[in-house]
Ligand binder design. Structure first.
Ligand code: GAL
Length: 648
């Protein structure tokens, strides 16, 4: 377990640094993150490097027994670079070139920019690649830009050429004859605008960002690896559900997945908070770092709520419960100037601890206590939810109902497991489910052959699969299959979708499960041998009396198809039924707002983390193990509002 913050010594006189380190020790810090954004201090003029200050800051950390993660500063190019090379600045969709003074406003594919990035990464690695207290590297900061410049466009065209080989093939796959959208020359291909372009083209442009950022980070990874000890890991800080690129692919070249989690408003939503942790754990199917999170408020929300005492501790424990092996705050101390002077920090403008400090220092002490127990463990999960970027993007381009938000759909199918204390792994759609009993594939609109094969294999081996609306309508190039959905999964599911019906009002569901579907229902043709478990009632005459939930058994496994986006109580009932069929048994139950999460080493050693997200104290049944954080009675016990206990 690591605990720390982003520290920007370059904002302060060196005479101040020892005091910072002493306060960090008081907060039980084990690590600081430094360097990202400090390009102009490391290289004040083209090719003139000044690392003396960083050497001394790193040395102070080493003396204090605090490890260091170094960020490459490439998210914040210095003014000498952007003014000498304006061609490194990103061009927006509106054709305007970015101006200096922001972050990530570079062209990620600019050869000139990449040359400078490589050089600064190399210089840093030469200097710190063997430094004992430097344990890892962070490339750049929150990749988030795309550029619409002509050079990027040419690279996109070249990339398409490699992928499609012939224009005839590309034109065919994108239905080019439609609206005369076919191309006679690769150089005619445009960068699509967010509105109104060909779905095939839009999907490829989106996918191109994955290639872009893999390439962008690879330049720096290679530079660091030339000089760094193997024990130093490399990550980049991701942003949970951020949609720009496929996070599974970008994580491939990294040693560790890490992400930045912020809660702009004060309203807690434990489900919404938990899911991106599970998502990030899935990027490398390993524990991750929460490499940035707020110690109190942010500065960029409409209302920058200061969270109530105990909330940050609780949420940070939740991250650990879902697989975080480190929690780092952003930031240690707010600079007196700059865009983020009002952001939350542990130390204030006077250099002294802010009111949140003691809560967080207490958490540092708790992590220290729990660390030996958590070592070698990860979040237990018998259930997987399949995440497919292509489907998400494709639905995003063509929602067909303004409220068909793919991530929300995903989250609503995650919630029943969360609410029943059942651990979930979020699995890439290109990875075969292995250790799972139950797999839910929400809105798998775009179905790759590999995914269809993996899911069929899972069911053959006795797995229980749940399919939802919009599944299997499209192929890998975002064209409709010339067959009814769920296309390649139709035989396995034993249904075919005759048509879809976006709704303005709920549609009733009756039968073994009763409740309502909202915004979306589908009309199923049911094959012989497929059971109908529930039917649609009033609300949409096209589907009235027709199947709303079906199940097809296949060996020891089954496929359950949901022909509507169900309201939460109905969805909960259906998924509880599938859990039963799949032999997924919740081990804990508690009042609403209480979360139980198990981390296991896979060999019987377990840590149970119990979190009370509610504003009321709760009485709970005994949990196996010894309470690590507070003295607890042997029998039934009370967990205060916003409190946490850890049993090992
Ligand atoms: C993150 C960013 C940090 C800081 C923080 C403020 O997105 O990586 O550098 O700006 O937001 O909340």
């Amino acid at each position: 377990m690591h605990f720390g913050a982003s520290w920007y010594p370059e904002h302060w006189p060196e005479s101040r640094w020892p005091r910072d380190l002493a306060l960090m020790k008081r907060a039980h810090f084990t690590v600081v993150r430094m360097g990202e954004f400090a390009w102009s201090t490391m290289e004040p003029a083209d090719g003139r490097f000044e690392f003396g200050w960083l050497d001394r800051a790193v040395a102070l950390c080493e003396q204090a027994g605090i490890d260091v993660v170094l960020g490459t500063p490439t998210a914040a190019p210095p003014a000498w670079l952007t003014s000498a090379h304006p061609e490194t600045l990103a061009v927006g969709e509106d054709g305007r070139t970015a101006i200096h003074g922001n972050r990530c406003h570079y062209r990620p594919l600019s050869p000139v920019y990449l040359r400078y990035c490589r050089r600064i990464a190399l210089e840093m690695a030469k200097r710190y690649g063997r430094k004992k207290c430097v344990i890892g590297w962070q490339i750049d900061n929150e990749f988030n830009h795309q550029s619409h410049d002509e050079d990027t466009r040419r690279q996109f065209q070249d990339w398409l050429k490699v992928k499609y080989r012939t224009l005839a093939r590309l034109n065919d796959r994108w239905s080019g004859a439609y609206w005369s959208e076919d191309y006679q020359d690769w150089r005619q291909i445009v960068i699509p605008t967010a509105w109104g372009h060909n779905p095939g083209l839009r999907l490829e442009w989106q996918r191109f960002h994955t290639t872009t950022y893999r390439l962008f980070q690879k330049v720096q990874i290679d530079a660091i690896r030339r000089h760094a000890d193997r024990r130093q890991w490399i990550t980049t800080n991701l942003m949970g559900w951020f949609p720009l690129f496929d996070h599974y692919q970008v994580s491939r070249d990294l040693d560790l997945a890490s992400w930045d989690s912020y809660w702009p408003t004060g309203t807690p939503d434990p489900v919404e908070d938990a899911l991106p942790h599970d998502l990030t754990r899935g990027f490398k199917r390993r524990n991750f770092w929460l490499i940035e999170t707020q110690p109190s408020s942010v500065n960029w929300a409409e209302i920058n709520t200061m969270h109530e005492p105990g909330r940050i501790r609780l949420r940070n424990w939740q991250a650990v419960a879902h697989g975080a092996d480190a929690v780092l705050y952003w930031q240690w101390r707010n600079a007196l100037g700059g865009q983020e002077q009002l952001h939350g920090s542990l130390v204030g403008q006077d250099g002294e601890p802010r009111p949140c400090f003691d809560e967080l220092a207490g958490l540092g002490a708790e992590f220290r206590k729990a660390a030996p127990h958590l070592k070698g463990t990860t979040t237990a999960a018998e259930v997987a939810l399949v995440n497919c970027y292509d489907s998400r993007w494709a639905v995003g381009f063509q929602r067909h109902h303004k409220d068909y938000d793919w991530v929300r759909h995903f989250r609503e199918h995650y919630a029943p497991f969360f609410n029943r204390q059942v651990g979930v792994e979020v699995l890439s759609s290109l990875v075969a489910p292995d250790r799972h009993k139950l797999v839910v594939a929400p809105a798998l609109w775009l179905l790759h052959e590999t995914t269809a094969k993996n899911l069929a294999g899972f069911v053959e081996r006795g797995g229980h699969l749940v399919l939802t609306t919009r599944t299997g309508a499209k192929d890998a190039e975002n064209a409709l299959f010339p067959a009814l959905p769920p296309g390649p999964l139709a035989a396995l599911a034993g249904v075919a979708v005759e048509d879809v019906y976006p709704q303005t009002a709920p549609v009733e569901v009756t039968g073994r499960f009763k409740g309502r579907a909202k915004i979306w229902v589908e009309r199923l043709r049911v094959a012989k041998g497929t059971e109908v478990l529930a039917r649609f009632g009033a609300g949409c005459d096209w589907v009235k009396g027709r199947a709303a939930v079906t199940r097809r058994r296949s060996g020891r496994g089954s496929v359950t198809t949901l022909a509507g986006w169900f309201e939460p109580p109905l969805l909960d009932a259906v998924l509880a039924d599938v859990m039963k069929a799949a032999g997924v048994r919740p081990r804990f139950s508690g009042p609403p707002g209480v979360e139980f999460s198990v981390r296991t080493d896979g060999r019987g050693r377990e840590v149970v983390i119990v979190m009370n997200h509610s504003e009321k104290a709760v009485r709970l049944r005994p949990v196996p193990g010894r309470a690590l954080l507070a003295a607890r009675p042997r029998g039934p016990w009370t967990l205060a509002a916003r409190d946490v206990e850890v049993f090992a």
